[in-house]
Design a protein around this ligand. Sequence first.
Ligand code: AG3
Length: 283
Amino acid sequence: MLDLWYTENWSKNTKFSIKIKEQLHSEQSEFQKIDFFISEEYGRFFTLDGLVMVTEKDEFIYHEMITHVPMATNPNIKKVLVIGGGDGGTVRELTRYNHIEKIDMVEIDERVVKLSQKYLPFTADKLTDSRVTLFFQDGLKFVDECLDESYDLILVDSTDPISVGEGLFTTEFYQNCFRILSKDGILVNQHESPYFEHFAKEMKKAHDKLKNIFPIAKVYQFHQPTYASGHWLFGFASKKLDPITDQKKEIWESFNLKTKYYNSDIHCGAFALPNYVKEKLEK
Ligand code: AG3
């Protein structure tokens, strides 16, 4: 019996491993290394450049938290832009809202979408929803060419700021996001992790840039067991609405969406940060 393990470096001195039943696919696309696996513990999962993006077991946490926090802050959101997110999980959560009219998804790497449609139907199967339009291009360029106030919500579902993800952590990108958001627009972005130093540095850089551009720039946390340290963050940046004082609890609950992680208490609780995280963000 072969003993196959996927191993990821979480820091210079920490590794995380998942026992593999089968490797489904591996390729070097124009942009990155893409791998798909089957495991006993986490079900199917996929990695980009040796970093876990989605596992069948815990993807609900990430995709619920990126979507429902802004949707419960402004339940009138109708036009949404997703940057990255080629696996389709973020789009899947958005399509659960009948009142959303338009979802544009901009993914640089068409191969991620095609392979996710083949191997990860549990995240990718709503990419064919009639409200969804897919653009295979660089998100940085896409927002630069967008008209002012085109979207009510932008979700940046990116990889880490290495290689392809890098442009999505720049001031120029955030400024264009601000410009193309409507008056009560919200930006939620993948915000790295506070725990290991090289992720925490990126967290801090992203937060410093966002708070210089948006009147409201906060950070909220969630548990993602298969990402380095298991402690991960999203940024919440907005022109007007505050995620806590403007939370529309009753309206969101009236939608009757069944969720496995998100609820109205988590919505507020997620913004309560440990002291060491606050200090890193503020210093
Ligand atoms: N987006 C990637 C989140 C960051 C992962 N980073 C890491 N494991 N070091 C997730 C894609 C889900 N749609």
